[in-house]
Design a protein around this ligand. Sequence first.
Ligand code: URA
Length: 445
Amino acid sequence: MASGMYEIISKKRDGLELNREEIAFVISGYVRGDIPDYQVAAWLMAVYLRGLNDRELADLTELMLASGDAIALDGVPGKKIDKHSTGGVGDKISFIVAPLVAACGVRVPMLSGRGLGHTGGTLDKLEAIPGMNVFLGPAKFREVLAQTGMVICGQTENIVPADKKLYALRDATATVSSIPLIASSIMSKKLALGSDGIVLDVKTGSGAFMREEADSIRLCRTMVAIGEKTGRPCLGIISNMDQPLGRAVGNSLEMIESLEALKGRGPADVMEVTFALGWCMLQAAGQEMAYAKAVEKFSAAIASGRALEVFRRFIAAQGGDPCVCDDYSLLPASRHQEDFLAPAAGHVQRIDSFEAGMAAIDTGAGRRRKEDAVAHGAGFIFHANVGDAVAKGQKIVTINSDRPELLPSVRERLAAAIRIGPQPAARPKMVLHRVDKDGVNPWPY
Ligand code: URA
């Protein structure tokens, strides 16, 4: 017989294993509204501190998945490969890799989220495009995917409702950065989408939920094992989130950088992560080829304009104005621009991406509270990255904001985030490892 919630919390608090019935009791009781937030919060903290074994994690993921509906994709022809990032600062890879991979004949369905903590959200960035609808029913989701080769949509009420409720509670109770809780949250949503394979971008470093490389590898291995158990290819990379990705941080600004990347003018770090993930996605779809060959295919899709054309059609299919692809002035912009200057000559040694993400929230690009509105034009353009030499007074960041009253705090955070020193610093490697069912290998390229 299942225990009551008090006994289940005490059992996990004491480090004991929960049976499937007990986990089901928590998940279904919470979704129905029978168990109060304070008890589930205590249970989450017990899981955070004590962890879950493989069996408990498999049960939790399955039960979360079973709490809602799935989006079947069998009727959509071709291979469908989903990609998911664990979240970061300046992470606009989805907008580049999805059309690139779609231009190579693989369909890309994605369920994405809003900004969370210091990290930006794919849905917020998409909503910078006038008219863009990021909530689609299953039929429309399939239609956009079949017509354009890609679709990006938010989690609606019926898709893994257990995760919706648990996630909000974790966000408020400091229980986000737990391997079993992140793995079950992400993988329950991935499995709710009937894709043929899953590719994961697990971030590591100052702007990632998992700051330590060893923890990011463990998280990726855990998720790969869950995905592979369902019989679909599941693989991932560990990528660097120790400095903001690319030059732009903020919704419109990142959309412009993504469009520039689709026109062949993407920053090197962004393209490195994009090509690595794209290659993994082609492999998950059964297109085996050397990495150099995949890069050649992606470069051809950019040069011919085919990838940009996929993105244009995807925007139109989800109600957005595709003219933004040619005229960036159609995207929201901030009224106020101000430069942050190098306080001394030297080399950029570090740009702490957690601090940069928090500073971006102060510009208005993200939310401090769930109910806050996002200023789509706000954020940063970085003019220097780790490894660059800078002169005293050189422009390092352009701040875009409609909130002049918060600029002192933005400048203070940027000053804390950016370290300039006399020693030359190496440019960071962006892709660190590849993880698949056979194990973890250092990224060879
Ligand atoms: N993204 C998710 O969807 N869930 C988590 O727990 C963390 C990042």
